[in-house]
Write a protein that binds this ligand. Structure first.
Ligand code: ADP
Ligand code: MG
Length: 737
């Protein structure tokens, strides 16, 4: 939670009046001076250069950063007992005096046991530690020490297995910090123990009074939120006044609220400060196209079309996210919007993250747009008004595409990020569809904006096949309106999924051969090797050879992996798609969206190595045609969590519900998982548990910005500064608008 208190409160307001400015300054003056908080931690007593460097790894540079480095949990170390009161198996803390302490030899060389005989007024106790021989020097006879641990019954007498201890020096008010009461647990880093990090903020006790309070008073009063200083104090020093849960909630709320305000500002800025082409009602061409579709649209698709229509006619830029699993029919919705634009004489583009996907979109568009759709309108044109532009488009073709694009002749352009290059000029780009939007950055979005006519931005329809739970969508897509396609198009059957233990492998191969004999095809996904693509590629090649000689002897087996030349990869895929290969052995490179309708079996080896969403994505590559499809999750893993993940994938086919299960199983603290899922990381807030808090933060943010859109009111000056410190990029966005 870094913030820049010195920045002038400027970005959120363009029109702060003189008197308001003065009021704000007065208010700022009335706040305590935050200077001590600005001090670098390296200047604090007891923080040497090495420690400072490690703190910096945690993002802690100043005293304020340290205050804002919050515990993610509190351990309840209540249960202070006398030795006589200790019960076997119960965790407790005792205050005892050391009689003697020694390292007890064991037969195993790597194991050292430190054993101390200790006692209090009620009796003696034997305390043990593992592998901490240095303790012998600390625990001299007569030392008073607090021990946290558990009494375990041994062969002779019971021993107290110590998990934390603290030497109790007379008159030291720090005693008990690690072993009694509520003990905060901080995110630690290599070379800085959790214990050390627990000590540090104590030196700043009292300074928390000087932190800036970003939440406006009216909001705190209305929602009964404690002040920031109290919440920080309760988090670090839980014995102080406020209880830990409301303190945590308050800090989590603040975190969520600030991010929601930023997102809503972003959405408003685009909606209010920018204009896009305003389209009319849909016309005859689009009606004809709808009539030409070889299938009826699902209810969800129809609803999506209605929302797209609403967006397109206002002249306010569309910012819609279309969520739907692979095969749910997003492309049809996108194509509808694109044709609405084309019919109005303007241009639309669809941008995919890879060439394969772009080519696939192009094929879909071509197959779903009858050749004569535009014919009546323009008899003079030479080719269809649809173009494809990727990094590997040959120069001649590229020149042709760019020429026709600039002339306004091409109405629909399908491509990769090749289409946001500077040399690509549209005549009148009104709509951009961004497929798998999370794979593009803000810079690429901005580049798209520059492709519209001067003074305008394009409407943007984002698409994603990565389902995320509703509770989380606000944190990621809070600046977008969302539409979900949950209904599978008719005629499609859910993929039957089984977890297959090793002893059933031979039977599974037999089952697959039967499917192959019926004319179907099969994907085999090799184990994920995160450390090395080369190893993974080699393993895939070997597996393909093995299968060709054993289970699938006599069938056509091919391999595809990330180390192959893109051309060879494309060719392997094309041969599989054309039915010239029965079994495609691949690494997880088979891309999202790959559409081989005849493939009806997907085998995933060592399935426990994949996360729920990855498995679900992989499975989405079968079940795309009319054939009953199967996904076989091979796994030998006995691990409880892995088991539950695989069982969930087998039992549930709805990606949104699976995403919920995924989150629940991951639990807190799995930062890697969070990173992989692309979710924003919060320091205090925990999702999905804090979902209700997030919803509240969202409502409060909308309310705030409705009443004070520019955050110009004096009581919002501090909030504005805090937002600027955290989301500096908003300022640029506002200026760009
Ligand atoms: P997505 O982009 O969401 O993965 P697509 O739009 O590519 O899905 O649709 C997958 C396939 O289903 C395409 O071949 C498409 O023509 C077809 N399809 C789309 N909507 C329907 C529908 N309502 N009924 C039947 N088939 C459909
Ligand atoms: Mg698609």
């Amino acid at each position: 939670m870094k913030r820049n208190d010195a920045a002038p409160p400027r970005a959120f307001g363009t029109g702060a009046t003189q008197s308001r400015g003065r009021l704000a300054r007065q208010r700022l003056r009335s706040l305590p001076r935050p200077s001590a908080l600005k001090q670098p931690v390296s200047g604090m007593s007891g923080v040497g250069p090495a420690a400072a460097k490690r703190l910096s790894k945690l993002g802690i540079e100043t005293a304020q950063d340290l205050l804002e480095h919050l515990p993610f949990d509190h351990r309840d170390y209540e249960g202070r007992r006398t030795v006589a009161e200790l019960a076997i198996g119960e965790e407790a803390t005792v205050l005892v005096k050391v009689r003697d302490c020694r390292v007890r030899p064991t037969r195993r060389r790597r194991l050292q046991i430190v054993e101390a005989r200790v006692a209090d007024d009620t009796g003696p106790l034997t305390a043990v530690w593992f592998n901490q021989s240095y303790l012998v020097d600390q625990l001299k006879e007569g030392t008073e020490v607090l021990l946290r641990g558990r009494l375990e019954s041994g062969r002779g007498n019971a021993t107290f297995r110590v998990s934390e201890h603290e030497i109790a020096r007379a008159g030291d008010d720090a005693v008990g910090r690690h072993t009694t009461g509520l003990v905060p647990v901080y995110p630690a880093t290599e070379g800085l123990s959790a214990r050390r990090i627990r000590e540090l903020p104590h030196r700043l006790r009292g300074e928390e009074r000087n932190v800036i309070e970003p939440l406006p008073a009216w909001l705190r009063a209305r929602d009964g939120l404690p002040v920031r200083a109290d919440a920080l104090s309760a988090a670090h020093w839980p014995s102080a006044g406020l209880e830990v849960p409301p303190a945590r909630r308050r800090l989590a709320f603040e975190e969520l609220f600030l991010s929601q305000v930023a997102l809503v500002v972003r959405r408003r800025t685009r909606e209010e400060a920018r204009r896009a082409e305003a389209l009319g009602e849909r016309g005859e061409l689009v009606e004809r196209w709808l009539d030409s579709l070889p299938f009826g649209l699902t209810g969800d698709q129809l609803e999506a079309l209605r929302e797209v229509d609403e967006d397109l006619i206002t002249g306010r830029p569309m910012q819609r996210l279309l969520m739907g699993e692979v095969g749910s029919g997003k492309t049809v919705v996108a194509l509808y919007a694109m044709l609405r634009v084309a019919e109005a004489g303007m241009q639309a583009a669809i941008m995919a993250p890879t060439e394969t996907l772009a080519e696939q979109h192009y094929a879909t568009v071509e197959s779903l747009v009858p050749p004569d759709l535009f014919a009546a309108e323009e008899a003079t044109r030479l080719g269809p008004p649809i173009g494809l532009l990727t990094g590997s488009t040959p120069a001649g073709e590229r020149r042709d595409v760019l020429g026709r694009l600039g002339a306004g002749e091409l109405r629909l352009l399908v491509g990769t990020h090749a289409l946001i290059q500077e040399t690509v000029r549209f005549d009148r780009l009104a709509l951009a569809v961004v497929d798998e939007q999370h794979r593009f950055g803000v810079r690429q979005r901005t580049a798209l904006d520059l492709k519209a006519r001067a003074g305008l931005v394009p409407h943007v329809l984002h698409m994603t096949a990565t389902p995320i739970p509703r509770t989380l969508s606000l944190t990621l897509y809070g600046d977008l309106h969302t539409t979900a396609l949950r209904e599978l198009p008719s005629g499609r059957q859910p993929v039957k999924t089984w977890v297959v233990p090793e002893e059933r492998r031979a039977g599974a191969y037999g089952f697959i051969r039967e499917r192959l004999d019926e004319g179907r095809q099969c994907f085999v996904v090799c184990p994920l090797v995160e450390e090395s693509e080369r190893l993974q590629a080699r393993a895939a090649t070997r597996e393909a050879e093995r299968l060709a000689e054993t289970a699938f002897r006599g069938y056509r087996v091919a391999v595809m992996h990330g180390q192959m030349h893109p051309r060879d990869k494309r060719e392997a895929m094309a041969r599989f798609a054309a039915g010239e290969v029965d079994v495609l052995v691949a690494t997880s490179v088979i891309e999202v969206g790959i559409d081989v309708r005849n493939a009806s079996v997907m085998v995933i080896e060592e399935a426990e190595r994949y996360g729920i969403s990855q498995l679900h994505q992989l499975r989405g590559r079968v079940g795309r045609g009319e054939h009953q499809s199967y996904c076989l999750l091979f796994s030998e893993s006995q691990a409880e969590l892995a088991r539950r993940r695989l069982d969930a994938v087998a039992a549930e086919r709805d990606g949104f519900r699976l995403a919920d299960v995924d989150l629940t199983l991951r639990g807190e603290g799995d930062l890697l998982g969070t990173k992989q899922s692309g979710l924003p990381e919060f320091k205090v807030a925990r999702l999905p548990e804090d979902g209700p808090l997030l919803a509240r933060a969202r409502r409060a943010a909308i309310e705030l910005l409705r009443d004070d859109p520019g955050l110009n009111a004096p009581e919002h000056a501090v909030l504005r500064t805090a937002l600027e410190g955290r989301f500096g990029s908003l300022e640029r966005e506002r200026i760009a608008a």
